[in-house]
Design a protein around this ligand. Sequence first.
Ligand code: FMN
Ligand code: COI
Length: 373
Amino acid sequence: MTLDSLASAVAGALTVDDFAGPARARMDPGVWDFLAGGAGQERTLRANVEAFERTWLRPRVLTGAGLPVTETRILGRTWAAPMGVAPMAYHTLAAPEGEVATARATGPAGVPLVVSTFAGRTFEDIAAVASPCWLQVYCFRDRKTTRRLIERAESAGFEALVLTVDAPRLGRRLRDLRNDFRLPAGIAPANLTGDGFASPTGHALAEFDPSLDWSVVAWLRSVSSLPLLLKGILTARDALGALDAGVDGIVVSNHGGRQLDGAPATLEALPEVVAAVAGACPVLVDGGVRRGADILAALALGADAAFLGRPVLHALAAGEERGVARLLRIVTDELVDAMALTGIGSPREAGPDLVHGGAFRRTPVSRSEPEGE
Ligand SMILES: Cc1cc2nc3c(=O)[nH]c(=O)nc-3n(C[C@H](O)[C@H](O)[C@H](O)COP(=O)(O)O)c2cc1C
Ligand SMILES: CC(C)CC(=O)C(=O)O
């Protein structure tokens, strides 16, 4: 694809999926596989998207909802829409400016960017162009390295920590193993020092702390006063463990199907976690979110917001900052559309009676369903 045709592909994009083709055309096949792939036979990767495909929205008519408002408040901050960008390593694989370009789009869009421990650009450069930024934390065997990372992000103005808890080791990503995937020259974690990062799988196996337990929450509290969320919770039992440990939020996630192949789709795990949390802290979700209606379905099942993963890297590769800005616009417009057509005036109004299908079959009418207003 020429640069001109890429620019027009971005300008003409109408759905999230429209960015994947142009992104793939620009990428080395091994890099594409690293971004697109999952663990094992990729059952969980597919299940995430399929769970949304099987979920239907049950509209309510004549609700007088007017023009929907997408704004929401989470952890004391107003977000322009109940969505954000999930942490992903090395945005620099998609575009040279990496996370800085992504941040130039999330900032004006008023939604948070969760920056990976393996960001390709420095925390300072990213935070200089956008807020809110949150730090995704991988806890290494070497706690000093982890602590330095957190302190650096906190000084740069990051507003929350998101500890990833589904990666005592990296999942078996068959595409990367077959390709013997190595990071291209010039791609490295900008906020970590040292060698050995060239093979993401090898590095992570060597450095991730495989024996983390709930005491890591207290340790993180001792090194930082930022709000702390756990990412990678899929069951009521672990949600209750997180609450007992005193976290400020939970991200229902299976790491986009890149860790345990066979883990449930996140949309299907969400109601169990929401029921266990019972409003005690915000519950966010990621995995397979590909349109505004998916965000509405997640809200209906009790999420406070949903995060986008791979589509953001596709948009970044296809059109850098303008690509990501267009992606966020499309998803927001789709969300407004879905809210208007289901009679929902604000994110808070979405409830379980809004969805039907897959795991969420329910009797169509119940006396307890809110009437009128
Ligand atoms: C290329 C890539 C890199 C990722 N890197 C990280 C990471 O560094 N830390 C993390 O917690 N999750 C990471 N994830 C998982 C995402 O945060 C998120 O859970 C997942 O991508 C959401 O699914 P989706 O891509 O279907 O939207 C990564 C995902 C991808 C695709
Ligand atoms: C560099 C990797 C450890 C980042 C990651 O979490 C992923 O690829 O899913």
